[in-house]
Design a binder for this molecule. Sequence first.
Ligand code: B12
Ligand code: SF4
Length: 475
Amino acid sequence: MRVLLASPESEVWTSRKHIPLGLGYLASVLRENGHQVGIYDAAIEDETVETIIRRGSYELIGITAVTPLIVDAWNMARKAKALGLTTVLGGPHLTLMPEESLSAEHPEVDYVIQGEAEESIIEFVNALEGRYPMELVHGLHWRNGDEITVNAPARLVPNLDDIPYPAHDLFKITRYTNLQPLTDGLDTKARAYTIMTSRGCPYKCTYCSKPITGSTWRPRSVDNVIGEWRWLVQDLKATEIGMTDDIWNLKLDRAKELCRRIIAEGLNTVPWVTVHGMKVNHTDAELFQLMKQAGCKRVGFGVESGDPTILRNVIKKSQSLDQVRNAFKWAREAGLQTMGFFIFGMPQETEETMEKTIQFALELDPDLANFMLATPYPGTEMYDVINKYGNIFANEWEDYAIQSDKARFTMPDYDPELVVKKWKEAYRRFYLYRPKRVWQKVSKKSFWTDLPSTVSNAVRFFIPDKNPTLAKKSA
Ligand code: B12
Ligand code: SF4
């Protein structure tokens, strides 16, 4: 079958572009099973999806969607349907809310597949070709007259080494740049690939949505990861690699072993960064030294809050401020650049707790600080708490983009306008009010090459906002 796997364009935030790795995995298994596959990522294409569909004579389109992109996914399905394709949607949002996309309002969606889909996509395509019963396709939700039929769930693949490497060769890789957010991309012309060395995370941070990979941790073997790394470096000529696990360093020994193998195999010539998944309480000084020797340039840490009570009781991050301090110290001593992610406006936050977060960011002084407004994704503990005690007033899925500069909910003793004020203040105090920091930035070449996105970020954060700071209220 001729299958187009597609990712809709994010109008909410486009400052960095990553390969949609999930589609790469699905393309790989489909190809292995004899199907012809194309990948269309609207974020980097200069032709419309209709043009690509016509040129490729595709029969099926599979569209991926995270929550803020579901509306774009429906729009894309509508275009494909109008050209006669069968449409199937999958990915994080569809795993959380499969039935929404099969409601009467969405005749453009024929099928939804929930969960990890390397196995079920093959069953599904075989079923479409009449070689497998539709009722037995795992994770499938589909229309049966007015009813929605829900098949048995898909399993999480127990041994990730059994899955082939993603079809990295199908991506238009020179169009993907800027693995890290904001203005400090390592090289905007890079051939930037991502790699996932494990799936899942056993922690239970209350804001974290893990619909696909869940709470189990499934590591790939070091051999298997090194094989993919070698392919990326030697054959596909990667010039930058981003690690995107949920938590790659859960087992410290394995993380060190991975670094040692990258060094031993001479793969440390290509710089890499941890985009996600570096948890501070699973590190030590030796790990960072090994990462540096293995070619790592920059590490990102989820710091989240500078208030110990919010961190422990509200976010349930299972890490202490001292563990954060140590990780930053060890990373710096090893010669790595650092990046910190901070959240503003968790339930129970006050001016005082958010002030502590700003103070902590200033104390840690990472090379890059990324401040985000708390976002209540369905399926998270945070979402349930707010629904029970407060009110989520953002009812457009687009407002769930974490960079959206609008507060999305309220709670008793909680002031959403204050949250937005402190969040913007954090950017100003971190980036603008410190002469040393401003000089460091403007003296770097990347400041000037990244000027367009720098200016648009500056407008968002540093120029007083005349627009309302709250997401649209429910109709
Ligand atoms: C790496 C990553 C990123 C990267 C790269 C994104 C990209 N282009 O792929 C960056 C940093 C850019 C990013 C950005 C965002 N991300 Co992100 N990201 C991740 C992370 C850590 C890994 C994603 C990944 O590669 N998974 C590996 C592959 C194998 O899994 P997968 O993509 O889910 O695909 C599998 C299934 O979902 C399914 N599937 C997927 N698509 C389809 C399509 C069809 C047709 C079918 C049948 C099946 C199917 O099959 C695949 C194979 O098993 C996840 C956490 C996680 N573990 O899921 C968060 C995660 C997906 N991101 C999330 C969010 C919210 C975002 C943003 C919206 C944040 C924002 N800006 O507001 C943006 C959206 C950008 C975009 N266009 O997608 C949330 C989604 C929550 C939700 N409810 O939707 C997650 C779950 C993080 C979290 N814990 O909260 N992200
Ligand atoms: S440690 Fe990271 S991936 Fe794990 S639950 Fe917390 S935020 Fe999610």
